[in-house]
Design a protein around this ligand. Structure first.
Ligand SMILES: Cc1cc2nc3c(=O)[nH]c(=O)nc-3n(C[C@H](O)[C@H](O)[C@H](O)COP(=O)(O)O)c2cc1C
Length: 174
């Protein structure tokens, strides 16, 4: 790793994110991986994006299945994040999962999105999968798991400034 790459990893780690598990199926096998490089992309139409390393089995599975789930992890689910970040054949063992929308969805997630692969763009050693959202849902009142400087944490205080800003900008119902 070059000095610039090392500094980049450290600096980008200061950009706090949520933590998701990206899921799909490889034939009958359930596939999933932890991802923090997830962002909202568009509202009309509803699109999101996720960046996935080209060398991962999940990358190959997504290219085949052309659909994926995005499961947003809740506060305290650090172990789940680590489980899905470690290569294994049975990452889903003992977890409550449903397949109602054609992709594995984790019951413990605080929000879930079901996406069709809209586009897959190259991005260095990763690919940017753009997902067209087919279904989504969330569990009100649950706090998110956060990822910051290579560690997990949670929100200590939800500041209501966001609510006031949203009101000022005319954004309701967020
Ligand atoms: C908090 C966290 C966030 C991660 N985010 C990403 C990501 O956005 N994209 C990615 O390609 N890998 C990411 N990883 C690494 C993958 O989860 C890891 O390589 C995993 O083994 C992939 O699963 P697979 O080998 O079964 O495909 C992340 C790992 C952690 C712990």
């Amino acid at each position: 790793m070059t000095e610039l790459q090392r500094r980049y990893r450290q600096a980008i780690g200061r950009f706090a994110t949520g933590v998701t598990v990206i899921t799909t199926q490889d034939g009958d096998r359930l596939v999933g991986m932890t991802a923090s490089a997830v962002a909202s992309l568009s509202l009309e139409p509803p699109l999101l994006l996720v960046c996935i390393s080209n060398r991962l089995p999940t990358h190959r599975a997504l290219e085949q299945s052309r659909q994926f789930g995005v499961n947003v992890l809740g506060e305290g689910d650090d172990a789940l994040a680590l489980r899905f970040a470690t290569p294994s054949d049975d990452k889903f063992a003992g977890l409550d999962v449903h397949l109602d929308h054609g992709v594995p969805l984790l019951d413990r997630a605080i929000a879930r999105f079901v996406c069709d692969v809209h586009e897959c763009l190259p991005g260095g050693d990763h690919s940017i999968f753009i997902g067209a959202i087919r279904h989504c849902e969330h569990v009100p009142g649950r706090r998110p798991l956060l990822y910051f400087a290579s560690g997990f944490g949670g929100i200590q205080q939800v500041h209501d400034a966001l609510g006031r800003t949203a009101e000022l900008l005319g954004m309701t119902g967020i």
